[in-house]
Design a protein around this ligand. Structure first.
Ligand SMILES: [Zn+2]
Length: 474
């Protein structure tokens, strides 16, 4: 653009009638040249704004606050003042840069005592970060990237926008027309204010994820951080990801849009690259990370083996679970661990400590999604991805072997594969693992039904009932 500025100068020197039109053109050229001379941080960034929402920002705060207080009771918290103070300080610096349309959200940042790499934000500004995320981040900028992504979900009001869309199919037409009775909305606010696994408030679409990535990158930039840090963190997660659940959990709650890293890189380019003297790391971050690494191990879910008892038989009464890609029913004396598409269903005493002191599922069902990016529509995709998953499972469980090869079944009307495996049970002896796999648009959804071999018959009927209740998202 600089040469244009020069040619404008030449044009003027040659004289001629300066029409209004030409003046406009000249102004435009001048402005163009000027805009390129200063860092064009605000000129080209992707504009983002909240989507359709029947809730007010004040209701976001009300719902989020209630759910946050509930989450603090239901989740194990780190309760380390140094860690909390650090998160509050970095979080505040980022939140100040979030475009909220003038709304003052009471941002809070909490550390959850969970080794799984995950983070979530409730509407109104209540952000929860697992200690696993802090441990997995290399630099302050990477952790700031995750916080900025969560802050973006708050600023873009994704939780209540999602609840609006989910409620839209059930709410009376008067509500959709905007004639919202206080009582019905009040009831919805109360209902949403309870923190539950798989809450609609945390079910983000891939579009919402891309928006949070892009805005998060802008916030990082504006707060003076290396804006590439969010993408770097995702790349780290993807490189480490496996089907085992803990690493995949972030992507279960924040579903991976296509070309995630590329889209973030594109935004960094639009911003003109990293800001001058950008911040990458800090002594404070490394000290805080050491503090987290030195925290006592997170509480075990339940040490059933130590208590010596077998779990109570599965109840015949079922409770409902709603994930991102599916819903199902499970015995109401079982518990759901995890969120989104990565969950375990297990009776009291069904999760025990194995010989290495790790929590292991001895009775129950594991549900997870393994990413499959290529050739999902080919004839052999289901077989291929199932084989790959079995290889991975065998790799992670040296005692595991296939006892009955994959056979065709149907799951909620979809073609699926049924495979039987055996493995060493954390209860001692052998266990039976019944694996069911089904293709979804974004990968392979799989279910592992687990029980000690000697007791498997007592659970078979329950596993079948759970799978029969399964409804896959359209
Ligand atoms: Zn997200």
């Amino acid at each position: 653009m600089l040469p244009s500025g020069v040619s404008y100068g030449t044009e003027r020197q040659h004289g001629g009638p300066a029409t209004a039109k030409r003046m406009q053109k000249i102004t435009a050229l001048l402005f163009g040249a000027f805009a390129l001379l200063v860092p064009c941080a605000f000129a080209q960034r992707t504009p983002l704004k909240p989507g359709w929402n029947l809730f007010s920002p004040q209701q976001d705060v009300q719902i989020g606050q209630s759910a946050a207080r509930d989450a603090e009771k239901k989740l194990p918290m780190c309760n380390d003042p140094k860690v909390d103070a650090y998160l509050a300080q970095v979080g505040k610096r980022l939140a100040e840069k979030a475009p909220t349309g003038g709304v003052q959200y009471p941002f809070e940042f909490h550390c959850v005592d969970d080794k799984a790499i995950n983070a979530f934000a409730l509407p109104g500004g209540f952000v929860f970060v697992n200690r696993g995320t802090i441990e997995a981040a290399d630099t302050e900028a990477q952790l700031a990237g995750v916080l900025a992504h969560e802050i973006s979900h708050v600023a873009l009001r994704h939780g209540t926008s999602q609840a609006t869309k989910a409620g839209a199919t059930q709410l009376p037409i008067a509500i959709l027309g905007g004639i919202l009775g206080d009582s019905s909305l009040g009831a919805l606010v109360t209902q949403l204010g309870a923190f539950t696994a798989g809450s609609v408030l945390l079910k983000y679409s891939r579009t919402a994820e891309t928006q949070a990535d892009v805005l998060g990158t802008q916030i990082l930039y504006d707060a003076g951080y290396d804006p590439r840090a969010l993408a770097q963190f995702f790349e780290r997660l993807q490189a480490r990801g496996g089907p085992s659940g803990s690493l995949a959990q972030f992507f279960s709650d924040h579903p991976n849009p296509d070309h995630r890293v590329e889209r973030v890189d594109e935004e960094v380019a639009k911003l003109g690259g990293p800001p001058q003297n950008y911040k990458r790391d800090s002594v404070e971050f490394q000290a805080m990370r050491r503090e987290v690494l030195a925290l006592p191990p997170p509480p075990k879910v339940r040490a059933g083996a130590a208590a010596g008892g077998k779990p109570a038989p599965p109840s015949g009464t079922f409770a409902a679970y709603q994930g991102n890609e599916f819903s199902l029913k499970y015995p109401n004396n079982w518990k759901v661990y995890g969120q989104g598409n990565a969950i375990s269903l297990s009776p009291e005493g069904g999760v025990v400590e194995d010989r290495s002191g790790q929590a292991a599922l001895a009775y129950g069902m594991i549900v997870n999604m393994s990413d499959a990016h290529e050739e999902l529509d080919s004839d052999k995709a289901l077989e291929k991805f199932t084989e790959r998953l079995i290889d991975q499972l065998e790799h992670e469980n040296p005692a595991m072997r296939v006892v009955r090869k994959p056979g065709r079944v149907r799951l909620n009307g979809q073609p699926a594969l049924s495979t039987y495996l055996s493995n060493a049970s954390p209860m001692g002896g052998e266990e039976t693992d019944w694996l069911i796999t089904v293709l979804r648009p974004d990968g392979l959804l799989y279910f592992v039904c687990v029980a000690p071999q000697a007791e498997y018959d007592n659970y078979d009927k329950t596993f079948v009932a759970i799978l029969d209740s399964l409804r896959l998202a359209k």
